[in-house]
Each structure stands twice: as C-alpha cells, then as structure tokens.
Design a protein around this ligand. Structure first.
Ligand code: GSH
Length: 113
C-alpha cells in the first residue's frame, strides 16, 4: 500500500527513489523547465513519468536567472518549456500533441530528429 507521502509525491509529480521506479535513459535527452505547482507542468511530468523516461527537470520557481535562460532559449515566457535533444518542442500542449500523433516516442528514442 502507498504511504501518504508517496500519494502526495505522485499527485505533485515529484519523483524520488522511494516513490517512483528508476527511469530509463532515452536516446535524446529530455529537458523541461518547470514550476512545481503549475498544472501544465504536472501534466507534462506525469506523461513523461508514465513513459518511464528519464528527464531533466529544471525548476524555475523563484529563480529569475533560470527563468530568463528559459525565455531566452525558447522565446516564450510560460512553463513548462520542453526540449527533446536539440529540438524545442514547446509546452505541455505540444508534448501531448506529439503523443497523440504517435511522434513522441520516435523523437525521444530516435537517433536524429
Ligand atoms: N499552452 C501552454 C500553457 C502554459 C501556461 O499557461 N503556463 C502557466 C503556468 S500554469 C504560465 O506559465 N503562466 C505564466 C504566464 O503566462 O506568464 C502549455 O501547454 O504549456
């Protein structure tokens, strides 16, 4: 049975070794700038975790330098902002669009985009 902490961690999209199984490495690295409580970030995190993929989550909550870096790299100001390899794919909506179009896995697991 899951502990209250594990249930909370799941809901909040946190992952630690106790709460989540080890994630698998991907051919293309996945990077996501996010904030902890943004619902779009939580949805994106949840999709990536459901795939079992390892990804780098860069928190920008209260970190203006990181947020500026995200804005400069993406040209956008909302979170999340996600990259697969060198390719900026956008936010949560775009991530789910790729999944719905069966393109996400091949981008993540492909050698080149
Ligand atoms: N369509 C975007 C929506 C993202 C979004 O609106 N994120 C909110 C946080 S939940 C945000 O960054 N708001 C700050 C702003 O609009 O400047 C996506 O799918 O990622």
């Amino acid at each position: 049975m899951m502990s209250i902490k594990e249930i909370k961690d799941r809901i909040l999209g946190r992952s630690d070794e106790a709460a989540a199984p080890a994630a698998a490495a991907t051919a293309q690295p996945i990077i996501m700038y996010s904030t902890r409580f943004c619902p779009y970030c939580m949805r994106a995190r949840s999709l990536l975790q459901s795939k079992g993929w390892d990804y780098e989550d860069i928190p920008v909550d209260g970190d203006q330098a990181r947020r500026s870096e995200m804005m400069q790299k993406s040209g956008r100001h909302t979170v999340p902002q996600i990259w697969i390899g060198d390719q900026h794919i956008g936010g949560c909506d775009e991530l789910f669009r790729l999944e719905a179009g069966n393109q996400l896995e091949s981008m993540v697991m492909g050698e080149k985009q």
